[in-house]
Design a protein around this ligand. Sequence first.
Ligand SMILES: N[C@@H](CCC(=O)N[C@@H](CS)C(=O)NCC(=O)O)C(=O)O
Length: 305
Amino acid sequence: MADELILLGTWISPYSTRVKIALAEKGVDYEFREEDLSNKSPLLLKMSPVHKKIPVLIHNGKPVCESLIIVQYIDEVWNHKSPLLPSDPHYRSHARFWADYIAKDNKMHSAGSQLLFSTGEAQETAKNDLIGYLKVLEGELGDKPYFGGETFGFVDVALIPSYNFFCVCDQFGNFGIMVECPSLVVWAHRCMEKESVSKSLPDQHKAYDFCLELKKKFEAKRSCLVFEEVQQNQIAINGLFKKSDELCNLCGTEAAVITLSNAGNTFAFGNPSVDSVLDRYLSMTSSSSRASASFSSLFRHRVST
Ligand SMILES: N[C@@H](CCC(=O)N[C@@H](CS)C(=O)NCC(=O)O)C(=O)O
């Protein structure tokens, strides 16, 4: 009986694109199901009960989560062609190290989103961070055609969708990021010449329009600064927060959420960081309005961190 293979993802997600590229490299057919992340399907919630995130590859009813883990799974299951990871344990661990560098803490995507959605100092910091990360990768690439040497492999799969996203970000402000890393540009073109990559990447114009719409939304949000007491002991600034800093990273907007438990413990998250958001807010707020209960909580946060 033929394998049943379903990929839950979104067209714009660089993480989903990694999986699409790996499947295309192997020449495996699958069904792609576009998820609406604002209204996740029961199947996604069932198959990814921990993180509830895309992508998820469902192979004969069994889920595999996390894009780089999925790519490794694909490489192991469909090992008849186009190996993505080297067979030598040393080179394999080397490839895993660099894929982990790309994915770690979501730092590169956060910097890309910040570049797109923030302004001024935060945007400049994001630009410098991103250039720094890409230069490290440029150094690792050296004069090799691909990260693993002569053939397209695991690290290339990990990076090319993100690189494509950074190109879209770069178009918005003409930041010249790509000029800083000429070898990566050549590498990216080489990757994009592969059908497995070009057919899997989102359409550049559609991606640009999507980011433009998102940028407009967040600019509108940023202009209406709200400071409100949500509960007795929780403060939201900018009126825009979700349950994790994922949202802050995604939208690159300036938001801080601070929760003070009854025991006085502080939980805080924010973007660019809770404290710099607070500094900006405080500098814009008159001292007379600082006598509120919200401010006393805020200063408790300051004292306890
Ligand atoms: N580390 C994960 C990241 C996946 C991820 O962040 N997916 C986002 C979409 S691009 C998502 O599903 N977000 C939904 C949510 O956070 O609720 C991977 O590599 O698969």
